[in-house]
Design a protein around this ligand. Structure first.
Ligand SMILES: Nc1ncnc2c1ncn2[C@@H]1O[C@H](COP(=O)(O)OP(=O)(O)OP(=O)(O)O)[C@@H](O)[C@H]1O
Ligand SMILES: [Mg+2]
Length: 300
């Protein structure tokens, strides 16, 4: 039976056979609101904590083999938009460049390297960077991790296994990946429930989407994961961009986000001051678009 909290509207699944009563009260694990599922006057309150339906898109990897297509910007700004709508969001900087950490003012902090090699507690490594927004930072030592772990059996599952005990703390986990296919990207894909492939609306960028799609398909034998293409830095004054955009829409019919992200210089300004665009200027075009993307993610 599906129960919807009448205050925060979170959905829960409840096996009513386990309760053996027809009339009872429940307490929402999200907003703590207590409400009657039926018209019973009985006072027992059942915790719904264990029954919260997990999002099918909880762990989202942001991947494209091509560099500079706004993977990191999308991770940061989609994450910030989701967190502003009340979701608990963990961002994972899974790139040796550590750009996501830099954009959040977290330079050279303990990373997934320390979690794996020095057995540092992953929850202690995660930093709260804004309300409802956390970061697992990266640092240059992550390069050693890739080198050392590639020799080990099951290296593709390190991230998935590390997230398993902590994923219930968050509504969404967004993983930023580097422009390479070694270690980090396969790890992120094996952990992911869903993949966003950001791309510019440019001829050569289409190739990056194709290659990323091929990697997803190649991994599908072990781990089948759904994906959507997101057009970023779209310049509506550029005719070539518009032509490529319609080609992309045709080629990836049903696999493209409705939302696209425009080329917006406010985005670059926001990065200089280490702020997600939605904090820097909520009226900026790209802020509204990332907000729309967050809504789209919640409904697709
Ligand atoms: N909507 C936008 N409008 C204008 N500039 C943008 C926009 N999104 C991202 N950028 C800029 O594009 C550049 C590349 O963005 P970003 O670092 O997010 O790409 P990336 O795919 O993560 O790169 P890499 O492959 O190196 O990790 C950055 O300078 C960023 O400020
Ligand atoms: Mg990046």
């Amino acid at each position: 039976m599906i129960i919807i909290c009448d205050k925060c509207k979170t959905r829960f699944q409840l096996d009513v056979n386990l309760i053996k009563k027809t009339l009872f009260k429940v307490r929402c694990s999200k907003c703590k609101h207590v409400f009657s599922v039926d018209t019973s006057l009985k006072e027992e309150v059942y915790e719904l904590k264990q029954m919260h339906i997990e999002s099918e898109k909880k762990i989202i990897a942001i991947c494209n083999h091509k560099g500079g297509v706004a993977k990191t910007s999308t991770c940061l700004n989609l994450g910030a938009s989701l967190s502003m709508s009340g979701k608990r969001v963990l961002l994972i900087d899974f790139d040796v460049q550590a750009n996501l950490s830099l954009l959040l003012g977290q330079k050279n902090q303990p990373s997934f390297y320390e979690v794996m090699q020095e057995k540092t507690d992953i929850l202690k490594t995660i930093k709260n960077v804004r309300p409802n927004l956390w970061l697992l930072p990266s640092n240059s030592r992550m390069a050693l991790l890739a080198k050392q772990c590639l020799q080990q059996k099951n290296f593709g599952f390190f991230l998935r296994d590390a997230l398993e005990p902590i994923k219930d703390h968050f509504d969404y986990i967004l993983v930023d990946t580097p422009p390479s296919v070694k270690f980090f990207t396969p790890n992120a894909l094996m952990a992911a429930d869903f993949v966003i492939i950001p791309t510019q609306s440019e001829f050569l960028a289409m190739n990056g989407v194709l290659q990323t799609e091929n990697i997803i398909k190649a991994l599908a034998k072990t781990h089948d994961v759904d994906y959507r293409v997101l057009v970023t830095m779209f310049d509506e004054n550029n005719t070539a961009s518009k032509v490529i955009y319609s080609k992309l829409k045709k080629k990836y019919k049903g696999k493209m986000f409705e939302t696209l992200i425009s080329l917006d210089f406010k985005m670059q300004e926001s990065q200089i001051v280490n702020e997600p665009i939605i904090y820097y200027d909520e009226k900026a075009v790209s802020a509204k678009q990332y907000h729309a993307l967050a809504k789209e993610i919640e409904i697709i």
